[in-house]
Design a protein around this ligand. Structure first.
Ligand code: ZN
Length: 296
């Protein structure tokens, strides 16, 4: 049975600028209280089957114009929220850190390690409103599980593991890469998972990541120099897999008993219910307006 409370959205990373097998039925130019998203929000209808309409934002903008540190993560999340999206799939190309993962594999991380440098706006709070949401479980476990199940049809999937979010835009040094791998025991490294996931949590969205393993970062000397042609082939194949996962999720996600069965399987949607520390009488009307949809 379809759950009408569920709306699916995708934030596409490197190489994912549109969805093959779905047609654009509307383009939404949205301005949020925190500025404009990376591009228009595309409303898509799958060509085949009876999948629901879903929403798509290209994280770096069409044409790949924005550095990881230039992306307006707040606007991307809020724009999807304003479209009514409840479940956000983050599609992200990553470097491999852990043994046993190969280029072309899919990874569904369950933890983050933040190595960004603080130049990214990473909260909707501030400006007179103090709020702290829990982030011990940074990805929605239920939606991640659904994504893992769907992704398994497309090849090797590694479920769980830590995503290191580095600042970029330069790739890691060898010392950093070895540190992430051997000291942090991290699984993959990317540049855009944070603060996106933090903001999704503050916005009460169910957020999961489909990480596309592209290369070995720079720790794996036995791989030698990777040719550009090989990387392009991996990226192309990964993007095709991600595209199929997105279409399968569009067809399936609203049919999942995500919000129905008690006890409530995750607490993403109520993340901000006890988050605000500021005395309500001290929250201005303009702050309330800015945080509409984030705080009640
Ligand atoms: Zn959730």
């Amino acid at each position: 049975m379809r759950n009408d409370l569920v709306k699916f959205g995708v934030i596409g990373g490197s190489g994912v600028y549109g969805i093959h097998g779905a047609r654009v039925v509307a383009e939404h130019q949205i301005e949020t209280a925190f500025g404009a998203p990376s591009d228009k929000v595309f409303e898509l209808q799958p060509d085949a089957g009876n999948g629901d309409r879903f929403y798509f934002v290209p994280r770096h903008g069409i044409g790949h114009r924005l550095l990881p540190s230039e992306i307006n993560y707040r606007a991307n999340i809020l724009a999807l929220k304003q479209m009514g999206v409840t479940h956000v799939l983050s599609v992200s190309a990553v470097g491999i850190l852990a043994d046993g993962i190969h280029p072309g594999d899919l990874v569904i991380p369950d933890q983050f390690f933040d190595r960004t440098k603080g130049v990214r706006e990473s909260t909707f709070f501030g400006g007179g409103v103090v709020g702290h949401v829990s982030f011990g479980t940074p990805f929605c476990p239920v939606f991640s599980g659904i994504t893992a199940k769907v992704a398994a049809a497309q090849g090797t999937v590694h479920v769980g593991g830590t995503y290191v979010c580095m600042e970029g835009p330069q790739f890691s040094t060898k010392a950093e890469s070895i540190f992430y791998r051997e000291q942090l025991k991290a699984t993959v490294v990317g540049m855009t998972g944070l603060p996106e996931a933090k903001l999704a949590r503050e916005a009460g969205l169910h957020y999961a990541m489909l990480a596309l393993a592209t290369d070995y970062d720079c720790w794996n000397e036995s791989e030698g120099e990777v040719s550009a042609a090989a990387v392009v082939a991996v990226v192309r194949s990964n993007v095709a897999k991600a595209n199929r996962v997105i279409l399968d999720l569009a067809a399936n996600v609203s049919a999942q008993p995500h919000r129905a069965a008690p006890p409530h399987p995750c607490s993403c949607a109520s993340a901000t219910s006890h988050a605000v520390m500021t005395d309500p009488s001290h929250i201005s009307a303009s702050a309330r307006e800015r945080l509409r949809g984030i705080i009640s």
